[in-house]
Design a protein. Sequence first.
Length: 559
Amino acid sequence: MKTAFTTNPLLRQLLLDQPRKMLLGAALSALTVVAGMALLGLSGWFITATSIAGLATSTALAFDVFAPSAGIRLLAIGRTGTRYAERLVTHDATFAALAAIRVRLFRRWSLPAAGHRLLRQPSKMLFRLTADIDALEALYLRLLVPVSTAVCAALLAGLALAFLDLALGVVFGAWLLLGGAVIAGDVLRRARRHAVHRSRAMEQLRSGAIDLVAGQTDLVMAGRLAAQCQVLAQIDRSLAATDIALQRLDANAGAAFGVLGSMALAGVLLAAAALVEGQRIGVPAAALAVLVALTAMEPFVALRRGALEAGRMLLALRRLNPRVAEPVPSRVAPATDGLRFEQVSAAHAGSQVAIVHGVSLAVAPGEKVALIGPSGAGKSTLLALAARELAPLSGSVSAPRACLFTQRTELFQDSLRDNLRLADPSASDAHLWHALQAAGLAQEVRALTLGLDTPLGEGGMGLSGGQSRRLALARLFLHDSPLWLLDEATEALNADTAIDVLRRLAEGSRGRSLLIATHLRREAQLADRLVTLRHGRIVAEARRGTPAFEVALAGLRAD
């Protein structure tokens, strides 16, 4: 029968990425608790035995104080050392496993169609990725490790008491295990709904706050600002109610564990008194039993936090697992001999209704091809297929490494240098200046006080539209790819800037393949071949130097 572990790839990766460290961390955690139990038990035995031995001179002189004292010091030092080592090992293993999961998730988001889903709700998806991965951190540190530690503590405490009296050890160990399991399970069951609701409310609150800040002007113009604030206030009240419910569960769980521990301690105390009275054990051994029982309850109290957060952990597993398990499409394969579409049909991301039908097209290395046709003909879809942002419904796409240059300039709130280095993280300043020179932006950047260190605002704020486009062009020049994909690259530029950008593109693309989606004559003039699309099908092709090429070019929109 399949278990959750065998059917959940995310759980397998989390626990098997660093198996030795995770097992070592759990063992160190259990050893720390055992050392604490032994330390307190031995200390109680030593104090009691010393007091009794001091009642008579003969026993006082014969009593060995050195061995127990050395044992107490050893346990104290050992407990401190194992606690430090446990923290170091468990956190190192957890962070390493989470780092591997992040890499795997981000690689999945780079697959065809995934980027489109991410762009539809970027803030929501980013919050889910960060919050859910943080929740996975608690799965090992706050649930699995405390559970294993509590079980070890109960078994070892029961074993220690069994040396004094077999029945006492068995009953005590069973009491802790059964009682702790019942309380922790009840807390988990009751808290799960609240934990899931809290995660979703936090997601809604953050998303709503971002909408309020980013869209404040639009909300004011539409008269919806007060309504948006009321929505956020309602979410906040719901979140507060959930927090109160979880705090109440936490308090009740603490009280339940306290009652469980008090009853266990009282039972051991009565049993130890009866054993002393029956002269089956001595008073020092009775003190040891009571103190071991007192410390054995400590690991169970730590289960509360894990049980309270278990709902959030399960929600994270359920939401992230499909992303980790998502297979790599087999219809998009790298190639070194140009771009090739073989009987490709494709649809928009998330749809199964084809908008491109049976397209076959080859772009040789160094060749420049322009896709022309009315809006909705499938030009941008073919570029998305070549860029591996979209997977075909049928057929195959063979594409070399490509770089997409569109009318939308993606710049970030960072320095000008780091925005450029997105294309080549290892690029030196000399390479950056060379790319800026090729894009016609070097002189303007040199005029800035901070030069390459000039900070840009969100979306490239601080640069004009033409400067932003030239910065994106410089980034294109830095990207070492044999195929450039241009999608309405100069649509929003004035004629003079557009002509200059296209001239620089023509110079920089020597030796590279170009696939251009356009309805502008100035962009199509870069091409060696024009391919006309209508309703997702190729209806005509024309090579430069033929009358058909000139006719197709003349039919495009002028500057």
